[in-house]
Design a protein around this ligand. Structure first.
Ligand SMILES: [Zn+2]
Ligand SMILES: [Zn+2]
Length: 311
């Protein structure tokens, strides 16, 4: 599955983060400003420039040298799911990531509802980024066994200051404000914006044109459930993987290929290590807990990384 990368995406630090508190700290959000494309030939490939909500900027890896410094918390309006409503808040068209329950019939949540614990926490969800209605995505661990992270930044309640370079003609007392509402509207296309209360009234501002002096709360995220920015999520030799196919799916995926062993059902939600890619395109995976080794179909596996680095 390909993860799109667009300016305007909202991000937090990812699994390979090594930049201390450049982002403001764990759980602080930022906005992708620039990435490599044909019009920006000198900008390094597989890298992005991010403006953190605290005002700092940096260049980060989005696949460069196999490094993933960022996770996507919001794709803004870059992805929408026509005619798919959220069963949590009844928004009539999910925008951004779609979360589909794999245990209930046609049950979808928007990111806000999924991350803030709508629906049964023991159910396994699939993360869908593509707007194609039939598309599938990687399956997540149940939320009941996943750590949750508090999001901070230019969310409602944050005290913010406008960047003077964007607002040269404004007097300094018009630069300070408080975020009233955070989030995009249909007209905003890609950029996420905030409604900010200034001394003279309310205005909508692009998040990359303000920085927060006192962060607001953006609710929670299951950081390990978010896509790494730029990650194609293909399983390779040497990867740590998680078995996300259920016992019934494991049987179906492996029987056809003559790889089925009943003991494979024990690997559901187990973590394994990919020893080798076989010449038939399957993977030899070894499981530490059960001391077993199986040849497996990559559709049963998901690349696994630790949820929240503290670096
Ligand atoms: Zn919702
Ligand atoms: Zn369910």
């Amino acid at each position: 599955m390909e993860t799109p990368v667009k300016p305007g995406f909202r991000v937090i630090r990812g699994p390979d983060w090594t930049y201390k508190n450049q982002d403001g700290g764990k759980g602080y959000a930022g906005t992708v400003l620039r990435l490599h494309d044909e019009r920006q030939p000198h900008f390094p490939k597989l890298s992005v420039l991010v403006q953190w909500d605290n005002g700092d900027k940096g260049l980060y890896r989005a696949g460069y040298d196999q490094g993933y410094d960022l996770r996507i918390i919001d794709t803004a309006n870059a992805v929408c799911h026509p005619k798919v409503w959220c069963d949590g808040c009844d928004v009539d068209e999910i925008r951004g990531m779609r979360w589909r329950c794999t245990e209930c019939y046609a049950f979808d949540l928007c990111t806000t509802c999924y991350m803030n614990d709508e629906h049964d926490l023991s159910h396994i969800f699939m993360r869908v980024l593509s707007s194609d209605k039939t598309s599938m995505g990687p399956k997540m661990l149940p939320r009941s066994s996943s750590p949750r992270l508090a999001l901070k930044g230019s969310f409602a309640g944050a005290k913010v200051v406008r960047h003077p370079q964007w607002h040269k003609r404004l007097e300094s007392d018009k630069l300070l404000g408080t975020v009233v509402r955070h989030g995009q509207t249909l007209e905003d296309k890609v950029n996420v914006r905030a409604a900010v209360e200034f001394s003279f009234g309310r205005e909508r501002v692009d998040l990359n044109k303000i920085s927060c002096t006192l962060p607001g709360s953006g609710g929670f995220v299951y950081a390990g459930h978010l896509a790494n920015l730029g990650d194609l999520e293909r399983v390779n030799e040497g990867d740590n993987v998680l078995v996300t196919a259920t016992p019934a799916e494991l049987e179906e995926l492996h029987k056809r290929r003559g790889l089925w062993k009943p003991d494979m059902t024990k690997t559901f939600l187990e973590k394994g290590y990919v020893l080798k890619r076989t010449n038939t395109g399957d993977f030899t995976v070894t499981f530490h807990d059960s001391q077993e080794t199986f040849r497996m179909n990559s559709a049963a596996l998901r690349k696994y990384r630790s949820a929240c680095p503290d670096k």
